[in-house]
Write a protein that binds this ligand. Structure first.
Ligand SMILES: CC(C)(COP(=O)(O)OP(=O)(O)OC[C@H]1O[C@@H](n2cnc3c(N)ncnc32)[C@H](O)[C@@H]1OP(=O)(O)O)[C@@H](O)C(=O)NCCC(=O)NCCS
Length: 168
């Protein structure tokens, strides 16, 4: 398995994966196109040795001056046939590293209270439950805010796509 930055030619596969993972609640194609066109560094793709897309992670970075930069995970998904093989954790590790490189001091994300798989994944890398978000996903569908304090980290050299994004 290899983790790399997303490319525009991944779009069809990403949208297929998104539908398989989230059904009616899939993110719009516009969201993916936005990440792929505006800042490829904010989209990680996991692929197998044949180049098949196994999963993705979308990272959110917002400028924070004069307060510390904020950022988090917008979405993460792994194709159903490839779950429980460490793909999600590898994607999440890359996303966290990117946030650290951008001097984000606390990563956050939202997850459904019923999504135990995702909560366990996040907890396995240190996220903790911060607060309940009542009806965040619609009537009677609560969310959870999870957070992870981060230590800053220098940017890793030679990453795919490292020179053509908007950040840094
Ligand atoms: C959540 C998701 C991304 C996890 O991806 P994955 O590749 O299967 O996760 P990993 O194999 O890396 O698992 C890492 C850890 O997460 C936890 N975990 C993952 N799936 C789990 C499950 N079904 N039940 C309980 N814990 C689970 C475990 O702690 C696991 O570690 P372990 O295998 O050593 O026990 C995947 O289930 C998915 O795509 N779900 C649908 C989309 C989704 O809900 N995304 C999150 C939106 S907030």
């Amino acid at each position: 398995m290899n983790i790399r930055r997303g490319r525009l030619r991944d779009l069809v596969n990403l949208l297929r994966l998104e539908r398989a993972a989230f059904g009616k609640e899939a993110l719009s194609p516009t969201t993916f196109v936005g990440h792929l066109l505006r800042d490829r560094r904010s989209i990680f793709v996991a692929e197998d040795d044949q180049g098949n897309v196994l999963g993705y992670a979308l990272v959110r970075l917002s400028l924070g001056w004069p307060t510390p930069k904020r950022g988090g995970i917008t979405s993460i998904a792994v194709a159903p046939a490839h779950r429980r093989q460490g793909v999600g954790r590898a994607l999440l590790r890359n996303a966290i590293e990117l946030l650290q490189e951008h001097q984000v001091v606390e990563a956050d994300l939202e997850v459904s209270v019923t999504n135990r798989a995702a909560q366990s994944l996040y907890e396995s890398l240190g996220f903790r439950r911060a607060r309940l978000l009542p009806s965040y996903y619609g009537a009677n569908r609560d969310g959870l805010k999870m957070v992870l304090p981060l230590a800053p980290k220098a940017e890793s050299p030679g990453r795919d796509g490292g020179g053509d994004g908007r950040h840094g």
